[in-house]
Design a protein around this ligand. Structure first.
Ligand SMILES: *Cc1c(COP(=O)(O)O)cnc(C)c1O
Length: 424
């Protein structure tokens, strides 16, 4: 799952996540005693209030700043949705729902959380390659927009609509004929389980027109975790052109052109933050064109990681400090069972350390590895990093942990206790 470790100590990432990763977020600061500050409070106190480690802490104020900042810089006609699978914690989703224009769900479970926030069903959409009949019926009953990903879904939706006496709202999720370049995780181009191949879209449009379905537009998500603005701009333009090619076949004008998201965040010192300027300028241009081609319609972007990823930390406590043949291991009470991505096992090609820090600074620094309690060498949170020295009982923090953390981890593996989550 990741490359062989090389012999050099990994370069140190200390506490200034902003400086170290080029993050667009404010740095995480320490108080005079060397404790990290989370939501304005010393970490040990926040953890004491939460009650136990390991835990995920999501900083409400950082999320607010991030989403408001982006919202304020976006062209006003472009709608911003939150893709819930990045972090489906209900309290967090509730908070984000008050800051964005809509929510994107990927299961009936996420749909329930989305509806609980009070977000109007009109602004909720549902994507996923394997929607069950029951999930599709639930979506129709709830009145949300379904991103159709197969011919089968058309028939199920039409039947559900008849039975429930309401008209299903649909958009077509397209498997684009191109890939998003430089993307951490490709979701389109080539043979994919997502969406309907662009070549088959004309046929699908005819089926939509023939059934009693309300066509609203397209969903085109090329890929995730992209830090290159030029690649994102190029993909968004191609998506627009692609949608325009189908103009004469549309059962109704496009109301929603969802261009996905894929905005990445930096995880390592080598990665700079995404330069949003050109991406937002491009969205502004496309949005203006859209007003000409489909008056009253909107471009939608749906982001997960970019909105919440930098606002979360994963906190564990040192259980043991071991030295093996000269190398220091901090064995902590959390690990890959709660935070698969930080161990490099969530689709990464090469394992790189997330930014990690120890919650004290009074013992000097050393090169240490942070490992979890699982009986596998994959349970590695930090590989030979320059860290402040820690003793058993001290807290260790993994930054950039607000997205694809707890919910994207194999929590049952080895039957250790769950990680608590708190929105602070
Ligand atoms: C995962 C996903 C997203 C969110 O991706 P991020 O990289 O977290 O922004 C958006 N849309 C769809 C359809 C997804 O599957």
């Amino acid at each position: 799952m990741h490359d062989a470790r090389d012999a050099r100590p990994a370069t140190g990432v200390v506490v200034d996540v902003k400086a170290e990763t080029g993050s667009a977020m404010p740095a995480w600061e320490r108080d005079a005693r060397g404790e990290l500050l989370v939501a304005g409070q010393p970490l040990s106190r926040v953890v004491a209030a939460v009650g136990s480690t390991p835990c995920y802490l999501y900083d409400r104020e950082r999320i607010t700043r991030r989403v408001r900042g982006l919202r304020g810089a976006m062209p006003p006609d472009v709608l911003l949705h939150y893709a819930m699978k990045a972090n489906p914690m209900p309290a967090l989703v509730g908070h984000v729902a008050g800051l964005v224009d809509g929510l994107d769900v990927a299961s009936a479970g996420e749909l329930r959380v989305a509806l609980d926030t009070g977000m109007a069903p009109e602004h909720i959409s549902f994507a996923g390659p394997g929607k069950s009949d029951a999930e599709l019926a639930q979506a129709v009953a709830a009145g949300i927009l379904v991103n159709v990903e197969s011919f089968r879904e058309i028939a199920i939706l039409a039947r559900a609509g008849e039975r429930l006496g309401c008209r299903p709202r649909v958009a077509i999720r397209v498997n684009l004929p191109f890939e998003l370049k430089a993307s951490g995780m490709k979701m389109s181009g080539g043979a994919r389980q997502f969406g309907v191949d662009a070549e088959a879209v004309p046929d699908l449009l005819r089926e939509v027109a023939g059934a009693d379905l309300g066509f609203e537009g397209f969903h085109m998500f090329a890929g995730s975790q992209n830090l290159r603005h030029a690649a994102i701009v190029e993909a968004q333009r191609k998506c627009y052109e692609q949608a325009l090619e189908w103009q004469s076949l549309l059962p109704a004008p496009v109301r929603s052109l969802n261009l996905g998201g894929g905005f990445g965040i930096p995880y390592t010192p080598g990665e700079g933050a995404l330069d949003l300027g050109p991406v937002l300028d491009n969205l502004g241009e496309l949005s203006q064109r859209l007003q000409g081609d489909w008056p009253g319609g909107h471009i939608v972007i749906e982001l997960g990681r970019y909105l919440v990823g930098e606002a979360g930390v994963y906190v564990s406590r040192v259980i043991d400090r071991k030295v093996s043949r000269g190398q220091v291991f901090l064995v902590v009470d959390g690990g890959m069972h709660h935070h698969l991505a930080a161990t490099g096992n969530f689709g990464q090609v090469i394992r790189r350390n997330y930014p990690v820090a120890v919650n004290r600074t009074d013992l000097g620094t050393e090169t240490a590895s942070v490992v979890g309690p699982l009986c596998t060498p994959l349970d590695l949170l930090a590989d030979r990093m320059e860290l402040d020295r820690a003793e058993p009982g001290d807290l260790v923090v993994v930054f950039q942990s607000g997205a694809y953390g707890r919910s994207a981890s194999p929590r049952a593996f080895l039957s250790h206790p769950e990680a608590v989550e708190a929105l602070v």
